[in-house]
Design a protein around this ligand. Structure first.
Ligand SMILES: NC(=O)c1ccc[n+]([C@@H]2O[C@H](COP(=O)([O-])OP(=O)(O)OC[C@H]3O[C@@H](n4cnc5c(N)ncnc54)[C@H](OP(=O)(O)O)[C@@H]3O)[C@@H](O)[C@H]2O)c1
Length: 320
């Protein structure tokens, strides 16, 4: 089968289209013919080996040679004990821990799979898993956003921000989206009440405070976030620099205590099977998935560059 392969960390040029052996499903796995894969910042990070946490499992060389984690496709075959899905069924999954989506076929543990709901396209299903899980848990489960609250989403013009803005608006919040100038109109189109260009303004120095800060692009000292929280407010680190992550983990609980603030890591429970509430909202037309661009498998390097250089407004999809 064809796959996009790499053996060392680096820019998109280290990726190459190659013929590789077809995966053979283990007893609990299902072989999926991949029809769509969405790109995530995690693909870009694990491609380049930056930030350092993206090298977990492969400090010097990448552990997995085929990237791509949010897949949608059709079941081709199943391992001996994989009885939950039948050949011909349409499924989707987040396979971040094993990767392998930038290929014609991938083997997936059956418990990582969910059925593609009727009426949903492969590309919509592939867009949902990682970005949707971050948004759902960041805004609803851990963010616990209530009507009238103020929510700031840092990095809101990206994949998870796209869903997070819409979920926060549905929860009745006043929403501020922060991203680069190219994405301000996009964030407004999703419902953001206020937008901030991070290249021109620092939201922690504007004298405003929030009930929830959901941060997918964290680069500041934890104390800066504390200052931008209302009493009782929450800051949730999703992704960004390792320095900020360490501060959030080590001193976040301590420095947040005064004023009843919570400064925490959002450890996202990944998996398409946990997305039911968001899937329902998508099917009801209450949450939209915006697909910015589509690329064929052979153009994964160009697609990753487009995402990594910060142009994507919504999801970028590899169509196979
Ligand atoms: N905590 C967990 O359990 C967990 C699980 C899965 C994934 N993750 C992490 O979640 C993050 C994924 O987010 P995503 O898929 O939504 O990424 P994304 O689509 O790349 O969006 C990130 C957005 O942040 C913007 N950005 C970059 N630097 C910024 C800054 N200094 N201030 C404000 N915005 C900035 C980016 O724009 P430009 O770069 O173009 O300016 C981009 O629009 C990744 O870091 C991934 O590792 C965490």
């Amino acid at each position: 089968m064809k796959a996009v392969v790499y053996t060392r960390y680096g820019p998109p040029e280290v990726l190459g289209l190659a013929e590789v052996p077809m995966p053979v499903p283990q007893d609990n796995e299902v072989l999926v013919k991949v029809h769509a894969v969405s790109l995530n910042a995690s693909d870009w990070e694990v491609l380049r080996g930056k930030p350092l946490y993206s090298r977990i499992g492969g400090p010097v060389r990448p552990r997995h040679h085929i990237l791509g984690s949010d897949i949608a496709g059709r079941v081709e075959a199943a391992g001996r004990n994989a009885t939950l899905f039948q050949p011909g069924e349409d499924v989707f999954a987040d396979i971040l821990s094993s990767m392998g989506g930038f290929a014609e076929y991938v083997s997936v543990p059956q418990n990582a799979l969910a059925r593609v709901p009727s009426g949903m396209t492969y590309e919509e299903a592939a867009a949902l898993p990682q970005a949707g899980a971050i948004a759902l848990q960041g805004i609803r489960d851990k963010g616990q956003v209530r009507p009238g609250q103020t929510v700031l989403i840092n990095g809101a013009g990206g994949g998870s921000g796209m869903y997070a803005i819409q979920l926060a608006k549905l929860a009745g919040a006043e929403v501020t989206g922060v991203d680069n100038a190219e994405k301000l109109a996009f964030m407004r189109s999703l419902g953001a009440d206020h937008v901030i260009d991070y290249t021109r303004e620092d939201f922690t120095r504007k004298g405003r405070s929030y009930d929830l800060i959901l941060d997918v692009a964290a680069h500041r000292p934890a104390s800066a976030y504390r200052g931008a929280l209302r009493p009782g407010g929450r800051y949730l680190y999703v992704g960004g620099s390792v320095a900020t992550l360490l501060q959030v983990l080590l001193v976040g609980p301590l420095i947040g205590r005064a004023g009843g603030k919570k400064i925490r890591l959002l450890a996202v429970r990944l998996g398409a099977q946990h997305l039911a509430p968001l899937v329902e909202l998508c099917q009801a037309g209450k949450v939209a998935t915006v697909i910015d661009r589509r690329y064929p498998l052979s153009q994964v390097p160009e697609a990753l560059r487009y995402l990594g250089e910060g142009h994507a407004k919504g999801k970028v999809i590899i169509i196979e």
